[in-house]
Design a protein around this ligand. Structure first.
Ligand SMILES: [Zn+2]
Length: 319
């Protein structure tokens, strides 16, 4: 049967965005630039020089001009696209492939899909998008019943250096993983299961309580109930939240009270290995940003592309 012929509509589900629709809506650079301009205007263009929010649109120059001080703002200025030489459309294709694919794609694959000679600009674009994802998620705090734990993530080591084993090993990063996890009780059996909502992951630089304290304070609502194991770095958590319950870490807690953080740790490790292979430790946070951003929006379906393009149209230098 010919695709798109009469009677075949049933074969297609109604979607907000997929690769066909993307190609239709963003056929060229002009369409992408117009969409980006609209999204910036919807969020409000702010003058870098005087913070004024009123602008004229200079159609011939494709720039905004501040009504108060005449300072001009280009389409990319103030956003993460600012210093990029890549066409806006490449950013759009990159966002589309990152958001529409369930598992995301590697920078090498992105380079192939974009047909670019150089790897570095693609790699850098993807990391900037991941940073924007992180900024978006940093706007939200976790609330209610919350699981808190840490995972050790292996990353690439310098050629020639021998990997050490254990907690302080140089090719492992310690990552705090936090998950909203609502206990649900089955009224008939009395069995408790847990439903997860939002996640956060943060690469830690020390094993000290003070770092955990700061993280809890900025990431979790005060009225929350936090579950964790008996790690000594968690001694002050109760100062920042309503209730802190510490249980000895064993097989049982892994399956129950700390179920979702462990699932997230396992899945993100598998994702890192499967898609991105050996990554450098200093970029781990960016990869985790992407993992959490998509995990937190797992029910968005194909609306994710639109949300991501709105996040990118935000000026990063003000909030
Ligand atoms: Zn101004």
């Amino acid at each position: 049967m010919q695709e798109g012929s009469t009677g075949s509509e049933k074969l297609y589900q109604k979607v907000d965005m997929n690769i066909l629709k993307f190609a239709e809506e963003f056929p060229d650079e002009a369409a992408c630039r117009l969409d980006f301009k609209t999204k910036r205007e919807n969020q409000g263009v702010i003058c870098k020089k005087c913070s004024c929010k009123d602008h004229y649109w200079l159609k011939n120059k494709w720039q905004w001009q501040c009504k108060s001080c005449s300072f001009r703002t280009t389409i990319r200025s103030g956003t993460i696209m600012e210093n990029s030489n890549l066409p806006v459309r490449y950013w759009y294709v990159c966002m589309a492939l990152m958001s529409m694919t369930k598992k995301g794609i590697s920078a090498k694959e992105m380079q192939r899909q974009l047909g670019l000679k150089r790897y570095q600009p693609v790699w850098s674009m993807m990391h900037k998008i991941r940073a924007a994802m992180g900024c978006r998620d940093a706007m939200y705090t976790l609330d209610g019943a919350v699981e808190f734990d840490e995972g050790y993530f292996t990353h690439g080591i310098k050629r020639g250096s021998k990997p050490k084993r254990g907690r302080g090993s140089q090719n492992k990063k310690n990552v705090a993983v936090i998950a909203e996890s609502t206990p649900l009780e089955d009224m008939e059996t009395g069995k408790v299961s847990r439903q997860c909502r939002y996640f956060k992951m943060k690469v830690l630089t020390s094993h000290e309580a003070v770092e955990i304290d700061d993280l809890v304070e900025e990431s979790i609502e005060e009225r929350s109930l936090v579950f964790s194991d008996k790690s000594t770095s968690y001694v002050n958590i109760s100062d920042y939240v309503e209730v802190h319950i510490q249980e000895k870490s064993d097989v049982e807690t892994t399956k129950t009270t700390l179920q979702w953080v462990h699932i997230a740790i396992a899945n993100s490790k598998r994702w890192l290995l499967g898609i991105h292979h050996m990554i450098k430790g200093k970029y781990l946070q960016n990869y985790l940003n992407e993992f959490c951003y998509k995990l937190n929006r797992r029910y968005f379906g194909n609306r994710l592309f639109n949300r991501l393009s709105i996040a990118l149209a935000k000026s990063y230098w003000h909030n």
